[in-house]
Ligand binder design. Structure first.
Ligand code: CIZ
Ligand code: SF4
Length: 320
């Protein structure tokens, strides 16, 4: 069996040989995030991952994350080779929002602006007027609402409800959810808060409303990392994928982080709060993608790309 350090050494060599850069999401395994940092790549949320790949001089981008992140990268930089450790790494939001059904839903409300979360296929992005990530969704919906626009929101119903509550915008929702965030449990979180009254609760708005209500800070991954740094608490209960602890712990070595409970009476569940698709990004798979990208290269339909690029650029320009 190849040792982890052997894989890392090989991957480092291959990245140089192939003029490639490794871009990893906050939800990937800590060793993948560390490797991205050690090799001059980046660890980021989906918005920053997209920006980084676009501006970095490498000709190959290795996207350690889930499929929509690789597609976004390819949409923005079609001239580059975009590979992923596995193309099978999908997302329940993407799976739960097939283009035909979503498009039919939009067709029923032609007077509404279509705003979709980045966690969607290229085809859904092409059908949208706007794309948002959780870092900029509030501001963009606020902006549209101020202009008197009514909105179709997809696919995450929890994030949509959170935004609707905070902006008062007129939104109708697609019924999608993230299988990771949807699992956080209200009663167990209340019990945990009672057990650690000094802990601050950080919540990603893909979580159900009752979980968001218990939060001391609500935000995207990058916003939650910032909250961990700026809040005075020494202890945090975090309702998002536990992969985020790598960056939180790195930036706040004197603070403690616990995953919000996903099961049982105040239980801290070790195997939960971890996206199964993000977990597919292992060292071996990264090495394979660099050696033989044949079945790991991301392609997008070039007609769909044009439509998706328009709505993606709207987001990038807005949040520049
Ligand atoms: O849950 C996800 O997949 C997130 C938070 C993506 C992102 O925007 O970084
Ligand atoms: Fe999709 Fe949830 Fe996994 Fe993010 S954590 S990729 S939203 S299933």
């Amino acid at each position: 069996e190849t040792e982890k350090s052997d894989y890392k050494t090989k991957i480092k060599q291959l990245l140089v040989e192939k003029n490639a850069v490794l871009v990893a999401h906050y939800y990937t395994d800590p060793e993948i995030q560390a490797l991205a940092e050690e090799t001059g790549g980046c660890v980021a949320d989906s918005l920053e991952m997209a920006r980084f790949g676009k501006t970095h001089p490498a000709t190959t981008i290795v996207v350690a994350g889930v499929r929509f992140m690789g597609e976004t990268s390819k949409i923005l930089t079609p001239e580059k080779t975009v590979v992923m450790p596995t193309l099978a790494a999908t997302c329940s939001l993407d799976v739960g929002c097939p283009i035909d059904e979503f498009s039919a839903f939009c067709d029923k409300h032609p007077e509404r602006k279509v705003v979709v979360y980045a966690n969607t296929s290229t085809a859904v992005k092409a059908r949208a007027d706007w794309i948002v990530t959780s870092s900029c969704a509030l501001e963009i919906v606020e902006h549209l609402d101020e202009q008197g626009e009514k909105i179709i929101w997809g696919p995450d119903k929890h994030l949509g409800s959170y935004i609707q509550k905070n902006t008062g915008a007129d939104m109708i929702m697609w019924d999608g959810a993230c299988i990771v965030h949807d699992e956080f449990k209200t009663k167990a979180l209340k019990d945990m808060k009672a057990l650690y009254p000094e802990a601050a609760v950080l919540v990603h708005p893909e979580s159900p409303a009752e979980i968001v209500e218990l939060a001391d800070a609500v935000g995207s991954t990058s916003q939650l990392i910032k909250a961990a740094q700026t809040m005075n608490n020494k202890m945090f209960i975090v309702a998002t994928d536990r992969g985020i602890f790598y960056k939180m712990q790195q930036l706040c070595p004197d603070k403690e982080f616990f995953a919000a409970p996903t099961a049982g009476e105040g239980a801290t569940c070790k195997s939960c709060a971890n996206c199964p698709w993000m977990a597919m990004n292992g060292l071996k798979a990264i090495e394979e993608a660099l050696i033989d990208p044949a079945d790991k290269e991301v392609f997008v339909d070039m007609t769909l790309r044009e439509g998706a690029l328009k709505s993606l650029n709207r987001m990038l320009d807005f949040s520049a």
